[in-house]
Write a protein of this length. Structure first.
Ligand code: GLV
Ligand code: MG
Length: 319
């Protein structure tokens, strides 16, 4: 699924150990849910979490949410059992497996092959289950291009800021916080690096969690930084963050209307009737083919988010 595929503006983390939260998440307006067997679940609770997740996927009503399960990373002994139990048990009701702390392409290829084996065994379409790759350490970031290219199943590249900051010894305890001693945004390089790899392979780029769940203004401020770069969405850890994410990662109504206007106007002006013009003034703005491409991005995000336009293009009266 490409960068303009199913919306993933808000990706809700749901601990697989909590039957209550697995139930509640189904009714929340997040674009995606990821049911977690990794860091939100204690080691002793992981076997139970796998079972809870299979039951919730098969019996729950998830609407048109993207349904993802986050398994444990490949340095642990749990990963293969997570994948086998969840996909054998609920593969028909699952869109993707999220692999955290990915370090290289081989880890993604391992998951791809295991998924293929399970799909063949249980009679699911081969290649139907996607992969979400979470970048959470220096090795993952350095290898992000190869990770993005490792399998046609990869749909998203996700930034995992908490683990990432720990792995590179970044001196902050608040995810997303700018560091007073350092004048630039320390996340900028990481986000851009992930974004380039994602776009090169037509994948979605997803920003990770903001842990101060009661501080919705703080969440919004941090989300706006990755949204401005072009990220498609962000994790949400609490229902209170969902509306903010859905808003920040959708175009504003004015930008959406303007993008649709440019598309209509450019189609008209480049046509025989409009004078076969390749560069033209639209109000005070010069538009050309590159404007159409920029407008397509904004219009695509708006359409995927179900927005409707509030204005239309009227061709000039040539008298
Ligand atoms: C998410 O998994 C993170 O480490 O930020
Ligand atoms: Mg993490």
């Amino acid at each position: 699924m490409g960068a303009l595929g199913r919306p993933r503006r808000s990706c809700l983390a749901v601990p697989g150990s909590s039957v209550k939260m697995l139930g509640k998440a189904q009714g929340l307006p997040a674009d995606q849910v990821f049911l977690d067997i990794e860091d939100a679940v204690a080691p002793l609770a992981k076997p139970e979490a796998r079972k809870n997740i299979v039951a919730a996927l098969n019996d729950g009503g998830w609407g048109d949410k993207v349904r993802v399960v986050r398994v444990n990373d490949l340095t642990t002994p749990w990963t293969y059992r997570d994948v086998i139990e969840v996909v054998e048990g609920a593969g028909a009701n699952l869109d993707a497996i999220m692999l955290p702390k990915v370090q290289n392409a081989a880890q993604v290829q391992w998951l791809d092959m295991l998924l293929t084996q399970i799909e063949k065994t249980v009679g699911l379409p081969v290649g139907g289950i996607g992969i979400e790759a979470q970048i959470e350490n220096a090795a993952g970031l350095v290898n992000v291009d190869a990770i993005a290219a490792a399998s046609p199943r990869v749909e998203t590249i996700i930034f995992g800021p908490a683990d990432f900051m720990a792995s590179i010894n970044m001196k902050s305890l608040v995810v997303g916080q700018l560091i007073p001693e350092y004048p630039a945004d320390p996340y900028h390089y990481i986000l851009m690096r992930i974004l380039m790899a994602a776009r090169m392979h037509d994948l979605q780029a997803i920003d990770g969690p903001f842990l101060q769940i009661r501080d919705v203004d703080g969440f919004t401020e941090v989300a706006k930084r990755s949204a401005a770069l072009g990220f498609d969405g962000k994790w949400v850890l609490h229902p209170g963050q969902i509306d903010a994410a859905n808003e920040v990662y959708s175009p504003s109504q004015a930008d959406y209307d303007h993008a649709e206007l440019i598309l209509d106007a450019y189609e008209y002006y480049t046509s025989e009737k409009g004078g076969k013009l390749g560069a033209v003034m639209l109000g005070d703005e010069m538009i050309d083919e590159a404007s159409r491409k920029m407008a397509l991005v904004v219009a695509g995000k708006g359409r995927a988010a179900g927005m409707s336009r509030t204005s239309s293009f009227t061709p000039p009266d040539k008298g």
